[in-house]
Design a protein around this ligand. Sequence first.
Ligand SMILES: Cc1ncc(COP(=O)(O)O)c(C=O)c1O
Length: 465
Amino acid sequence: MNTKTATDHDILQRAAHDHLLLHFTRNGNFGPDANELLVLERGVGPYVFDTKGRRYLDGLSSLFCAQLGYSYGEEMAAAAAEQLTTLAFNTNWATAHPAAIKLAQALAERAPGDLNKVFFTNGGSESVEAAWKITRQFHLANGEPGRTKAISRDIAYHGVTLGALSFTGVVNMKAPFGPPAIETHHVSNTNSFRAPDGDDEARFCARLLSEVEQAIVDADPETVALIIAEPVQNAGGCLVPPAGYWPGLREIADRYGVLLCADEVIAGFGRLGELFASTRFDVVPDLITSAKGITSAYAPMGAVVVSDRVAEPLYADKQTLLHGITFGGHPVSAAIALQSLEIFERDGVLENVREMEPYLAQRLQSLRDLPIVGDIRGAGFFWAAELVADEQNTRFDADQRERLLRGFLPRRLLEAGLIARADDRGDSVLQVAPPLICDESMLDELVEKMAEVLADAGTFMALDA
Ligand SMILES: Cc1ncc(COP(=O)(O)O)c(C=O)c1O
C-alpha cells in the first residue's frame, strides 16, 4: 500500500530540482514547472515503485546493474552488517582485509585462463583507468615505453573520467573536454545491421579484423599498447560480434605485442549468461574490466582482473603498482559482492539466463512485425530494438529523434510501467536488460509492454510525419 502523502512526493520533486544535479540529463527538463522526475523509493523482485506508489518493471536493471533485482536486501544487509560490526573499513593499499582477499580469490577461480590477479575499484570508469595504468606498467617493464596508444571502437562507451573518455567513441561526449589524454584510434564496431556485408558473417568478421590490424599498422605497431572492446557493445544497441571476432582480436593483439582488454562492465556478471562474458566468445583477454553487476548493485564496486603474465612485472623486485584508490575494494562492497556470488550459484542465476535466453529472443523477435522496428539484436538478457522511419529502414533525422527518443518514448514507457532505454548515441534504439532473475511471465510482461509502447510510437511518428 502506498503510505506516502502527496506532500512527500512534491517536497522531493522540489528539493531534487533545487539541489540534485542529474547525471547525463538535461537538468532543466525537470522541476515543479516542468516534467516530473521519476523518483524511485522501493523495489521487489524486478519491480520498482515511485514516490506515488506507481509500479514499474525495471527492464533496464537500474542501468545494467541490478542483476538480482530488489528482493535480496535482507541477505545483503546481513552480509553488510556483519562486515560493518567487525571491521568497517580498511584499504587495499599496502594492507588488506579478508573480504577483499576472499573476493579476489573467488573471482580468480571463476575467471577464464590465467586471469588470476584482481585490482578493486569503485566503478567502471575507474576500472578502465586502472586497466590502462597496469597496461602501461607492463609495457614499461618490458622495455617498450613507446607503447602509448590504444585501439577502441566507434560509439563505444568506456566511461567518462579523462583517461577512459579517450577510449569512449561517442564524439559529442568528448568534444568539450579537449584533446584526449590517451591517443586512441577508433575502428568500426560490430553493428551488422546496415553493413553491406552484414549478412555474410565470415566476410563481415574478416573485414572488421583487417580494419583493426590496419589501424595498428597505421599507428605504428610498436606504439600501440592496448585494444579495448566490450564483448557485446552497449552503445549503438547491443552489438553482438560475428563468430570468430574475439579469437581474431586475440590473434592480432598477440601478433603485434598489444594487450587485449575486454570491458565487461555491462556484459559481465551474468548479463550474457556467463560470469565473465569473454567465456561466451572463446577468448582469454589479458585484462577484464568489471563493475555494475559485480555486487548486483547492492553496493558500488568495480574490478580489473589481470592475467598472471601482465601482472608479473608488478611483483618484480622494488616494483610498485603506481595506482591506488582509497575506497577500491571497500570491505562492505566486497562482502556484498561475495554474498551476490553465493546467491548467483545457490539460486542458479546464470542457469536462468541461459534457459530463458531463447524464449526472450523469440518473444522479442516478434516485435519485428511492428513497422517502427527495423532490427532486433542482442544476447543473454541484453537486447535492443532498432527504430526506423519506414520499411526501407531509413534512419530518423535529428528532429524526429528529439521528438521520439527524448519526447514520446520516455513519457509513454513510464505510462506503460516499464523502465527501458531510448538511446541514439548510435542509431535509434530501445534497449532492455531485465534483472537476471526474471521468469517467463516477467519476460512476457516486458515484451508486451515494449510492443504496446512501440506500436504507439509508430502511430505517433506516422502522425508526426
Ligand atoms: C562498457 C562500460 N565501461 C565503462 C563504463 C563506466 O562505468 P561507470 O559509470 O561505473 O564509471 C560503463 C558505464 O556504463 C560501460 O558501459
